[in-house]
Design a protein around this ligand. Structure first.
Ligand code: HEM
Length: 451
């Protein structure tokens, strides 16, 4: 079908045309989440719009989302605007596709996800973190938990303490903030502009890259060249260097460095905890029931991965929190060929958007969608169609850290809940779309004793 047959055949129920790319781009940038809400309310299964000179289509129907994300024949998609991230990462999984993507996923990432090192660090550091908080003293949870989760990642990767290196924490923060603008129109160009933010981010990249290069060299001189491959339990960077140096390996130092840096861009747990603690503070009955589960299963002892099966309510809370406030609000692919979804063809060169934010809040699939109700996840509860819930995406580019993320999520949330309850200490946090779903002006909360 020719490209001009692209748009969904039915007329928009709202009667609103979205074909002035400049106006639509301004609307989108002023608040991507309300823009997505409006696209969903349009009511069509594939909603056309334009961002600047780029025609785009938001897929809203679960059946089509499944076709868009994965089917027996891999949809004709490329990573599209994600390639802008090469300014920060240079190489790596986010920037690869096809067999090379699968190789990096299976060789560089998967072995680390299964190493218990990181979950042990997560529990130990979270107990200390919760103990360091003072009753009633407000904390901006989003940034506090982001530094906390990154310190867990950093310790697993290097065996050292990120709290002792505030300049590195700042460099990581600048890099992850840049990911959000690098994927926008003019993002890669902006990297080189003489703007203070661009300049600071370029300097942060130089600094971080040279620190990682030094750490790689230190490991290489320490472990020598036995060519035998990774040793589980060692810090992740040492495992990656051993992998790169193993006999027959085609992994480059640039890929090791990208994997290291990408860990911090991928980890969205801080967003999950911020919104979950906020939702619990607004739903005292859920919170009370949750505390009862923690008390009966754990008491004061440290939680372990084996406890997960005894913490079903904690898991339901996490699922429901990711439904209402999905940490990743949306992602785009670029079509490499015309692709049919029902009676719509998305033409080659157009963007295809998928949004957990839009779909998780769609009343066609989730009645009373803004209500936080962990019971939706109970056994026997009515389930909406597959792919009406996809916080971790699906298909070839789905979150490979999903299993690890769920383990860490249960362990860290349970540890935070064992020690304190959390109450608002400022205005209601408003979600905004950056690299994650971030509270626009932070989320000021205070730890209080549990009742
Ligand atoms: C609540 C926490 C998390 C959420 C909601 C989440 C969600 C996602 C989503 C939606 C994607 C896919 C985006 C797309 O399809 O384009 C993704 C990709 C990815 N995630 Fe996660 N993630 C989380 C935590 C983590 C953690 C802790 C790791 C471990 C480092 C991780 C590693 C990855 C990796 C490596 C990819 C890239 C997949 C690829 O491009 O091939 N994620 N994540």
């Amino acid at each position: 079908m020719p490209a001009d047959a692209a748009a969904s055949k039915s007329a928009p129920p709202s009667g609103r045309s979205r074909d002035n790319g400049v106006i639509e781009l301004v609307r989108f940038l002023s608040n991507p989440l309300t823009y997505l809400d409006a696209l969903r309310e349009d009511g069509r299964d594939v909603v056309p719009f334009k961002l600047g000179n780029l025609p785009a289509h938001l897929v809203t129907k679960p059946e089509y989302l499944k076709l868009a994300m994965f089917n027996e024949d891999w949809p004709p998609i490329s990573r599209g605007r994600l390639m802008g991230l090469s300014k920060w990462y240079t190489e790596g999984l986010f920037l690869s596709y096809g067999p090379e993507h699968h190789r990096q996923r299976d060789d560089l990432w998967k072995p680390l996800f299964n190493d218990p090192l990181i979950t042990d660090i997560a529990v130990e550091r979270t107990r200390k973190k919760a103990d360091s908080w003072v009753e009633g003293r407000p904390i901006e949870l989003y940034k506090e938990l982001r530094s906390h989760c990154w310190a867990i990642d950093w310790q697993a990767l290097t065996g050292t303490d990120l709290d002792a290196a505030p300049d590195i924490l700042e460099a990581l923060g600048l890099g992850v903030e840049a990911l959000a603008w690098l994927v926008l129109p003019f993002g890669p160009a902006r990297w080189n502009w003489p703007l203070p933010q661009s300049k600071k981010t370029r300097e942060a990249k130089r600094k971080l890259d040279s620190v990682i290069a030094l750490m790689i060299a230190e490991r290489r001189s320490r472990i020598g060249a036995d060519g035998s491959g990774p040793v589980p339990g060692e810090d992740f960077l040492t495992q990656l260097v051993r992998l790169a140096d193993a006999d027959g390996s085609i992994t480059s130092d640039e890929q090791v460095r990208a994997t290291f840096k990408m860990w911090f861009g991928a980890d969205q747990l801080h967003a999950l905890f911020t919104w979950t603690l906020w939702l619990l503070s607004q739903n005292p009955e859920v919170e009370t029931r949750w505390h009862a589960e923690l008390d009966s299963v754990l008491g004061d002892r440290p939680v372990t991965v084996d406890d997960m099966r005894s913490l079903p309510y904690t898991i339901k809370i996490l699922h429901e929190s990711m439904r209402v406030y999905p940490p990743v609000w949306g992602f785009f692919r670029m079509m490499t060929e015309d692709y049919r979804l029902g009676d719509t063809v998305i033409p080659k060169g157009h963007l295809m958007g998928m949004s957990p934010w839009a779909t998780h809040r769609d009343p066609r699939y989730w009645p009373d969608p803004e209500r936080f109700d962990p019971e939706r996840w109970s056994e026997g509860a009515e389930r909406p169609p597959e792919l009406s819930y996809f916080p971790f995406s699906a298909g070839p580019y789905e979150c490979h850290g999903r299993g690890l993320a769920m383990k860490e999520a249960v362990l860290i949330l349970a540890t935070l809940g064992q020690r304190w309850a959390y109450r608002p200490a400022g205005p209601e946090p408003k979600p905004s779309a950056t690299w994650a779903t971030e509270p626009k002006k932070g989320a000021l909360m205070k730890p209080v004793p549990r009742v």
